[in-house]
Design a protein around this ligand. Structure first.
Ligand SMILES: Cc1ncc(C[n+]2csc(CCOP(=O)(O)OP(=O)(O)O)c2C)c(N)n1
Ligand SMILES: [Mg+2]
Length: 597
């Protein structure tokens, strides 16, 4: 094939550029080779980031979308490569993130024949994506690509473009003929202004103005509405709680900021949600439904850009389809200040009590380190220009409860899918999006063994190109899949099942040294501050291995946590020495809770 012959594969790459894509994540394979050739021909225009595994590439694309607000793009080969993408695509689907997957496929003549690597990708991706289409002819390619991007952006969902090998190799049809059966499609899309009807805003204001104890539940929909959320909360004298996804978008330093809600949240959020008589949900689809106000107790207004979310978690009285910033701005002049500050004082009291409790919990001695202290020490020194990525495990709880993000510092994780393995891929995507900012990735040892060990190889291959080489991976080494161990105790009343829960040893810090990165291992609380300082000022990526206690309790905030105490106690009684230590920590935490009332 002559070099000058422009192929459908080249058209695909040009179209990605036309949609503003500058970087894509992926892995190689013969099924997608023509596109890889086109990427080579395109040169610097489009950066290909090679992950160790297609799932990680897909998670990088999700991370890219979350940190930048752009569409994340992932590329893989047919068959096994395509199957590997699924977890990342579901992460995008459940957290409402725009991602486009460009996936190879066998040639058209063998589809449906169980040929080598033959998988029906239309069916495979059918549930994971909001749009999946196999490109069946050269003229079909621009239509499908444009539709995938438009759908991803319009619905904030993953979409898949499946490219049979032989279609990638066809000559690019240029220009497209204007005839029946051919669409001359273009990459064009602008954001709409979405505002509720004035009458509905008035009804919402009536509900909120009638309240004596208002609260806000803020989600990721408030990404561009931080100021408006603050203004509305101040006007109403409301307590503010967030979903896990909403945490980076509110200022948690405010005295009325009660922090993250739900099982992994704060006791202040539990107080605010159980006592409020009106709730304003802003851009949140938080799944912890049992932590919402008791049914019938709180009249509720919900604002969401996606009308499918209105009333989808809680029986709302007024559902406002609208952009969070625009809607709150329109609502603000209709809202009255509270008659007195009784409720505000109740909220600030609960927040102050929670903050004091959190500090005391982190100070509890553990063997050897208390993981809560590890995160609090980071919180004290997190650079104002940092980016943070977080994994799924007990670290999610400590992130939610102990890390205060400076304004403008983004932190992301796999929230609704809650897939282990988000910290390293997300962190790499964040770092590549802005290599001049320091990155901190927080992960458990199980997650690092699952995919972090592999993606540290990617870090080792990339870091020398970064303007700021700081990339700190903090591994909570507790030798356990601790979050699930605590779930076995709390939800099943079972003791730890060693065979499923214990992790094999791995030398995380020494492994970093082996890769040419820096390894720091801490097992004494006195060394923690210096270790964080060293990691955050290193001249290369660092693995900070914190040897932490798996027995530090992981309970929901009280009063929900209090109801679980008996069951947990009886599980721990069957757990030998470790159970005894966990029990002592549990009783101490319960005592602190009661002391602070
Ligand atoms: C892909 C995936 N597999 C399994 C789980 C279930 N799960 C949730 S947390 C967790 C344990 C995490 O262990 P680790 O990373 O060591 O963190 P720890 O809780 O010990 O701090 C597991 C197995 C999950 N959420 N995602
Ligand atoms: Mg662990």
């Amino acid at each position: 094939m002559g070099q000058e012959q422009r192929l459908v594969a080249d058209l695909v790459v040009e179209r990605l550029r036309a949609w503003g894509v500058r970087r894509l994540f992926g892995h190689s394979g013969d099924g997608i080779n023509p596109v890889l050739g086109a990427l080579r021909r395109a040169g610097e225009e489009l950066e290909f980031v090679q992950a160790r595994h297609e799932e990680n590439a897909a998670l990088m694309a999700v991370g890219h979308a979350k940190y930048t607000g752009e569409v994340g793009v992932v590329l893989s080969t047919q068959g096994p490569g395509a199957v590997h993408l699924l977890n990342g695509l579901y992460d995008a689907k459940l957290d409402s993130v725009p991602v486009v997957a460009v996936v190879g496929q066998q040639q058209r003549t063998v589809l449906g024949a169980e040929y080598q690597q033959g998988i029906d990708l239309q069916t495979l991706f059918g549930d994971a994506t909001g749009y999946v289409q196999t490109v069946l002819a050269a003229e079909h390619a621009p239509t499908v690509l444009d539709r995938a991007f438009r759908t991803a952006l319009a619905t904030r969902q993953p979409c898949a473009v499946v490219l049979p090998h032989d279609v990638q190799q066809l000559p690019a049809p240029d220009p497209l003929p204007q005839e029946h059966g051919v669409i001359v499609s273009v990459p064009e899309r602008r954001r709409p202004r979405v505002l509720p009807q004035l009458e509905d805003l008035r009804q919402a204001a009536e509900v909120l103005n009638a309240s004596r104890r208002p609260a806000l539940l803020v989600g990721q929909g408030a990404r561009h509405a931080g100021e408006q959320v603050r203004a509305v909360a101040e006007r109403l004298g409301a307590g503010v709680t967030t979903s896990l996804l909403g945490k980076p978008w509110v200022d948690e330093r405010l005295p009325t900021s009660a922090g993250v809600m739900g099982h992994l949240g704060t006791s202040a959020s539990a107080t605010v949600l159980s006592e409020c008589d009106a709730l304003l949900i802003v851009g949140s689809n938080d799944p912890w439904t049992e932590f919402y106000p008791p049914p019938g107790r709180a009249r509720t207004v919900q604002v969401d850009l996606d009308p499918r979310h209105l009333g989808n978690r809680y029986p709302v009285e007024v559902g406002l389809p609208g952009d969070a910033a625009e809607t709150l701005e329109a609502l603000l002049p209709l809202l009255d200040p509270p008659a007195d500050d009784t409720w505000r004082r109740r909220v600030t009291g609960a927040v102050a009590r929670w903050r004091s409790l959190a500090e005391r919990r982190a100070a509890l001695p553990a063997q050897p380190l208390n993981p809560e202290l590890v995160v609090r020490e980071l919180s004290r020194r997190l650079p104002a220009d940092a980016q943070v990525s977080v994994d799924v495990g007990s670290i999610t709880y400590w992130y939610a409860r102990h890390l205060t993000l400076p304004p403008g510092v983004q932190a992301h994780l796999s929230s609704t899918l809650a897939s282990m393995g988000s910290a390293l891929p997300y962190g790499i995507a964040a770092k590549l999006a802005d290599p001049s900012r320091p990155l901190v990735a927080l992960a458990g040892d199980g997650a690092v063994q699952m995919n972090g060990v592999a993606e540290l190889i990617t870090v080792a291959g990339l870091w020398r190109r970064w303007a700021d080489p700081r990339f700190v991976v903090c591994v909570l080494n507790n030798g356990d899949l601790a979050e699930v161990t605590w779930e076995q105790r709390e939800m099943e009343g079972d003791p730890r099942f060693g065979a499923s829960q214990r992790l094999p040893d791995f030398p995380y810090a020494r492994y970093a040294d082996l890769l040419g990165l820096r390894g720091l291992r801490v097992d004494d609380p006195a060394d923690l501050p210096a270790a964080w300082d060293a990691a955050l000022s290193a001249d290369r990526p660092v693995v900070l291995e914190a040897v932490v206690d798996p027995e530090v309790p992981l309970l929901p905030p009280f009063p929900a946590g209090e109801q679980k105490l008996e069951q947990v106690r009886s599980a721990l009684a069957q757990d030998g020495d470790a159970g005894e230590r966990a029990l002592r920590l549990l009783e101490e935490q319960a005592r602190q809770e009661r002391e602070l009332g």
